[in-house]
Design a protein around this ligand. Structure first.
Ligand SMILES: Nc1ncnc2c1ncn2[C@@H]1O[C@H](COP(=O)(O)OP(=O)(O)OP(=O)(O)O)[C@@H](O)[C@H]1O
Ligand SMILES: [Mg+2]
Length: 263
C-alpha cells in the first residue's frame, strides 16, 4: 500500500509559536482518518499542509508521493480535494450550485465559462445527486443553508477526481437530521473502495461515520494518539486530548463521548 501523506518531524511556526509541533504522521492509500483535537490544536493547519496551501517551517511533507518544496503545487492541488468553510467563503455567492461544482473541474473559484464539456456537467450532476443536491442545481450558492452548502462543497471537492479528500468540519452547523444525513453519506463514501483516501476534521465523535478506519488526536500542535480507531479512540486518549475526564462508547459503528458526572 502506498502512502498518500507522509509527514516527518513537521513543524509550522508563526510568530515564534509552533502551531504544528514536530508531527510525524503517515496515511496509507485507502485509509480514512478522523482528526480530533480542541480549538487551536492545529487541525486546519495540518489540512492546509495536506492540500499544499501551506508549507512546513521544518521537516518534510510528502503528499501523493510528491515532496512539498520540490513539486509544482499547481500540478499537485487538483489531485487533492478540500471542503472547508474557508474555501466556501471564497466562492461567488451568485453562482448556481451546478456552476459552483463545475468550476472545480477547471481549478477556478469564479468565472463561469460557456465551454464546459458535457462530460464534466454529467460528473457534476452525479456528485450533486450523490450528496442529495439534485433539487438545488439552479439555486444561488449564497442562498443555501449551512447543510446544503456543506454538501455542495463536498460534491465540488470530488469534481477533480481527487486521490485524497480533505474535509474540515463537514458537519459543523448542521441540525440533527442534517448531521445524520451527512454521516450516512460520508459513511457510504468511506466504505466505497473507489472513493479517495479521506481525512476528516471534526469536533464530535458522534460525527464519525462507520467506515472511517483511523484517528489522529492533536493537542497544542502535537500528536497525542494516531492509529486504528478501535485501539486509539479510547476514553483515556480522548480525556488527555481535551483535558477533562470523558467516557467514549461505541455502538454499532457509531461513537459517543460524554463528561463524567460530577460526584
Ligand atoms: N497565520 C497564522 N499566524 C499565527 N497564528 C496562526 C496562524 N494561523 C493559525 N494560527 C493559530 O494556530 C493555531 C492552530 O490553528 P488551527 O486553525 O490549525 O486550529 P484548529 O485545530 O483547526 O482549531 P479549530 O478547532 O478552532 O478550527 C491557533 O491557535 C491559531 O490561532
Ligand atoms: Mg480548524
Amino acid at each position: 500500500m502506498s502512502e498518500v501523506l507522509e509527514l516527518v518531524d513537521v513543524s509550522v511556526v508563526r510568530d515564534g509559536r509552533a502551531l504544528v509541533d514536530d508531527v510525524s504522521w503517515s496515511v496509507k492509500e485507502g485509509e480514512r482518518w478522523v482528526i480530533l483535537g480542541p480549538n487551536g490544536a492545529g487541525k486546519t493547519t495540518l489540512l492546509n499542509m495536506a492540500s499544499s496551501y501551506l508549507f512546513p517551517t521544518s521537516g518534510t511533507a510528502t503528499i501523493l508521493g510528491e515532496r512539498l518544496g520540490a513539486v509544482d503545487v499547481f500540478e499537485l492541488r487538483p489531485r487533492v480535494g478540500m471542503a472547508s468553510v474557508a474555501m466556501a467563503d471564497k466562492l461567488p455567492r451568485r453562482q448556481t450550485v451546478l456552476e459552483t461544482v463545475l468550476t472545480a473541474a477547471y481549478g477556478m473559484t469564479a468565472h463561469w465559462q460557456e465551454s464546459y464539456e458535457k462530460v464534466d456537467e454529467q460528473r457534476a450532476l452525479a456528485f450533486l445527486d450523490r450528496l442529495g443536491m439534485s433539487d438545488y442545481l439552479d439555486r444561488k450558492f449564497g442562498t443555501l443553508s449551512e447543510g446544503e452548502r456543506k454538501r455542495t462543497m463536498i460534491a465540488r471537492a470530488m469534481m477533480t477526481d481527487p486521490e485524497l479528500l480533505l474535509l474540515d468540519e463537514p458537519a459543523a452547523g448542521l441540525d440533527l437530521g442534517g448531521r445524520e444525513d451527512l454521516v450516512r453519506r460520508l459513511g457510504r463514501l468511506a466504505r466505497d473502495s473507489y472513493a479517495p483516501s479521506m481525512l476528516m476534521v471534526t469536533h464530535h465523535v458522534e460525527e464519525i461515520a462507520p467506515g472511517f478506519t483511523h484517528v489522529l488526536m492533536l493537542r497544542q500542535g502535537r500528536v497525542l494518539a494516531a492509529g486504528p480507531i478501535e485501539t486509539e479512540l479510547t476514553s483515556r486518549n480522548l480525556s488527555l486530548c481535551f483535558g477533562l475526564p470523558l467516557v467514549v462508547e461505541e455502538n454499532a459503528g457509531r461513537w459517543t463521548a460524554q463528561g463524567l458526572p460530577l460526584s
